[in-house]
Design a protein around this ligand. Structure first.
Ligand code: FES
Length: 82
């Protein structure tokens, strides 16, 4: 990953938000990630851990192709922040 990008509003640069550290356990293996605060669990799994078995079909709560188990409960990973 490169330097955080900045956007400009009214000519003033807006600093990009810092990444946050998260520790998640997937299939019994704990992993630490540095992700943007808005990263969904689905994107963390697919884009950061290359676990592409969880699918992003549509961005609504009806497809459920992104369903994962978290602490024994079914959730839509596209609607959950990492
Ligand atoms: S990708 Fe369809 S509900 Fe999450």
């Amino acid at each position: 990953m490169g330097q955080p990008t900045t956007a400009k509003r009214s000519g003033n640069p807006i600093p990009a938000p810092h990444k946050i550290s998260v520790a998640i356990t997937v299939n019994g293996s704990e992993t630490k990630l540095e992700v943007a605060p808005w990263t969904t669990l689905l994107d963390a799994l697919r884009d950061h851990l290359d676990l592409t078995g969880t699918k992003k079909v549509v961005i609504t709560a009806s497809a459920a192709a992104c369903t994962v188990l978290v602490d024994g409960r079914r959730i839509n990973s596209c609607l959950t922040l990492a």
